[in-house]
Design a protein around this ligand. Structure first.
Ligand code: SF4
Ligand code: SF4
Length: 375
């Protein structure tokens, strides 16, 4: 039976995180079960957008550092890499603002850029994936526990979408505009990028309209690990209140035997009480999707209720243009604030994810508001 290990952790104090991680990995065989001396190990945190750490958008550097040290203690060479949702124009700023530069300085880990790509063809689709993913001997996936306005939940499987560099992600949003197609694309990425171990930062995460600046930080107080990212996501998303099957990319991944999404087939070990999150505010549209058959996700009804971006506090816009570059439909005209051609919008909310000011928020039209509320 596939195993998911959980422990309570409500602080980013380094000593505490180290101690808790040792305990979380022990039932899985410890770091030594995954890392052999001389291995090149790529740590893949979630660095979607370089926002302040208290926004709980990115994997906390303390967790990354503790994992890096454990890998090194097992004899591995540590690489750290990710690419943000928008353009990879200033990696140095990304490393600095997400704390990864400090992790590298403290541990000697190598920060790797995700600008070089390798091409893969899968199920009739082209994927361009960061080269270090294929150069590493082992990938350790380090997701952040968050809600996601489009996919309901973002954790281990969704984090691997970051292996597609920068604005190449928008090509996938463009060809997979609805949630069903996008979920299949996420399963494709998991088929191409297979982490050997996943360790989730759930000390602080997000609820509501995550996963970027428009999400609401929330303390979940846990760290979790598994060799199976689908099983880990199944357990954690279930604790957040998502019923089995509601997260479509997990359902798709399980259907392809890429992991286990049946809660009855997953053994949860450790402190199960750490999964007692209480009521979590899930993105509104998903409450409806949870009571509809998943195939309805691609119907006109689903499109009609999908949230679109709205600018709030336009005076706070910096005119950085990140939203412009992230938009797969290229329907945002640069400016301060930018202008949106919403009649061509597919509601992917990439613009909201990358906005450093949090001034782009999801909003539904009249039908969406009647059916599922404004959020
Ligand atoms: S405007 Fe925003 S939500 Fe609409 S297609 Fe562009 S990035 Fe996606
Ligand atoms: S809306 Fe946000 S991402 Fe777009 S230009 Fe303004 S600050 Fe930048």
């Amino acid at each position: 039976m596939v195993m998911v290990s959980i422990a309570a952790c409500d602080t980013y104090d380094l000593e505490t995180v180290r101690h808790v991680l040792e305990g979380v990995l022990a039932p899985l065989g410890g770091m030594g079960r995954f890392v052999r001396p001389g291995m090149r190990v790529l740590l893949k945190p979630n660095l979607i957008v370089p926002l302040p750490l208290d926004r709980a958008v990115t994997t906390h550097p303390t967790v990354v550092r503790a994992v890096a040290e454990m890998v090194q203690a097992a004899g591995g060479e540590v690489w750290i890499g990710d690419s943000p949702a928008g353009p990879v124009r200033n990696s140095e700023r990304l490393w600095q603002r997400t704390g990864m530069a400090d992790v590298a300085a403290a541990t000697g880990a190598r920060l790797v850029h995700f600008d070089g790509v390798e091409w893969r063809h899968l199920r009739g689709q082209d994927y361009f994936i960061a080269r270090p993913v294929f150069e590493a001997d082992l990938i350790i996936n380090l997701p952040k526990l968050k809600t996601h306005t489009l996919t309901l939940y973002t954790g281990a499987v969704k984090n691997l979408f970051g292996t597609i560099p920068g604005t190449r992600k928008r090509e996938i949003h463009y060809r997979a505009p609805n949630i069903a197609d996008f979920s299949r694309a996420l399963a494709d990425v998991l088929e191409l990028v297979r982490p050997g171990l996943t360790i989730m930062d759930g000390v602080w995460g997000q609820e509501g309209n995550g996963p970027g600046a428009s999400g609401t930080p929330r303390r979940y107080g846990c760290l979790a690990a598994s060799a199976d990212p689908v099983a880990l996501d199944t357990v954690v998303s279930g604790a957040m209140g998502c019923r089995p099957g509601a997260v479509l990319h997990l359902r798709e991944a399980a259907a392809r035997s890429l992991g286990v999404a049946d809660p009855q087939a997953i053994q949860v070990v450790g402190d199960r009480g750490a999964l007692d999150f209480g009521r979590v505010h899930l993105p509104g549209v998903q409450r409806l999707l949870q009571v509809l058959l998943p195939r309805w996700a691609s119907t006109p009804l689903q499109r009609a209720i999908r949230a679109r971006p709205r600018l709030v506090s336009p005076e706070a816009c910096m005119g950085c243009g990140h939203c412009v570059e992230a938009c797969p439909r290229q329907i945002i005209t640069p400016g301060r604030p930018p202008q949106f051609l919403l009649d061509q919008c597919i509601g992917c909310l990439c613009c909201a994810e990358v906005c450093p000011q949090g001034v782009i928020v999801p909003e539904r039209g009249p039908l969406g508001r009647v059916l599922v509320g404004s959020r």
